[in-house]
Unconditional design. Structure first.
Ligand SMILES: [Zn+2]
Length: 292
């Protein structure tokens, strides 16, 4: 892992049509016992066997975070904000540094889009008690906001998430537009509901000059375990059946349309394609497709 804080974080920049896309590796975390996160309804030896078959260790996995900036020429749109200041002592929360290395300051961001409200996506919205992107307005899913903001989350497994939303999202609500399925964020950027991981989880379809791409956020959280076995249950998915259904719907579309996608937790630079193999999908990392 490259969490070396003396070096700038890894970033990856490419053109989609006329849009400038910058993917930043906000950080990465090692988790033990993959079978306690992915395939929780499977035999541990089956999870281990799939990892081994894919040349991966069976005792731990790496989860990395890839917030993405898209400059459309008229707007600078940031999708999710990484873990933020609270994770910096552990070498994460490096979004702002990564943007700076590509010539973007926090003041340049005109719109922040929130795909869903887990801490690795909204942790970087605030910085020292103030908005981290001071000139931005926000585009937020209505269903997601309504769920996490609700006092009914107190005393449930979602209480920590509720508290983080009160701290990081509620103060920004007056500058937010609340959206649902099939909403246009700006020309060329459209929302699509893909709920299950969280109640209002959304993905985004991007189009510029005839070129297309999807930002799939947390529809799939591991490039092998979630994609090759989309029906396996994942601890992070709040509604496991709906999440599996969303994975199938989104990655069937991506495979059929041969779309490129950025997946927030795919191996950095988190950009690739999928092909259908058996009853699942195989992740095909991008190479030079955007250079030609
Ligand atoms: Zn996530």
């Amino acid at each position: 892992m490259n969490n070396n804080q003396a070096m700038p974080p890894e970033t990856h920049r490419f053109k989609l049509g006329t849009f400038d896309v910058v993917v930043v590796r906000d950080g990465a975390r090692v988790a033990p016992n993959p079978g306690e996160i992915f395939g929780t309804n499977q035999k541990p030896e089956d999870v281990a066997a799939l990892l081994e078959k894919n040349f991966l260790p069976t005792d731990s996995l790496v989860n990395s975070f890839a917030p993405t900036l898209i400059n459309t020429g008229s707007d600078v749109v940031l999708f999710d904000t990484g873990l933020g200041e609270g994770a910096r002592k552990d070498g994460m929360g490096r979004l702002i540094e990564g943007l700076a290395a590509n010539g973007y300051s926090p003041d340049d961001v005109s719109i922040v889009v929130v795909t869903h409200m887990h801490g690795d996506h909204i942790g970087g919205l605030m910085e020292a008690g103030a908005p981290a992107f001071p000139k931005a307005r926000y585009v937020i899913g209505q269903a997601e906001y309504d769920f996490w903001k609700d006092d009914a989350r107190k005393g449930t497994a979602a209480e920590n998430g509720h508290n983080l939303v009160l701290k990081n999202v509620v103060p920004l609500a007056e500058k937010a537009t609340f959206i649902g399925d099939n909403a246009e964020v700006v020309t060329g950027i459209t929302s699509m509901m893909a709920a299950g991981h969280t109640p209002g989880h959304m993905i985004f379809l991007i189009e510029s000059d005839g070129k297309q791409m999807a930002l799939t956020a947390d529809t799939a959280n591991h490039y092998v375990l979630s994609l090759q076995q989309p029906d396996w249950e994942v601890r992070f998915d709040m509604d496991k059946a709906a999440a599996a259904q969303a994975r199938r719907k989104v990655f069937d579309m991506i495979a059929t349309d041969r779309l490129a996608f950025v997946g927030y937790h795919m191996p950095f630079p988190a950009v690739g394609f999928v092909e259908t193999v058996g009853t699942g999908y195989r992740f095909v990392p991008k190479t030079y497709q955007f250079e030609l």
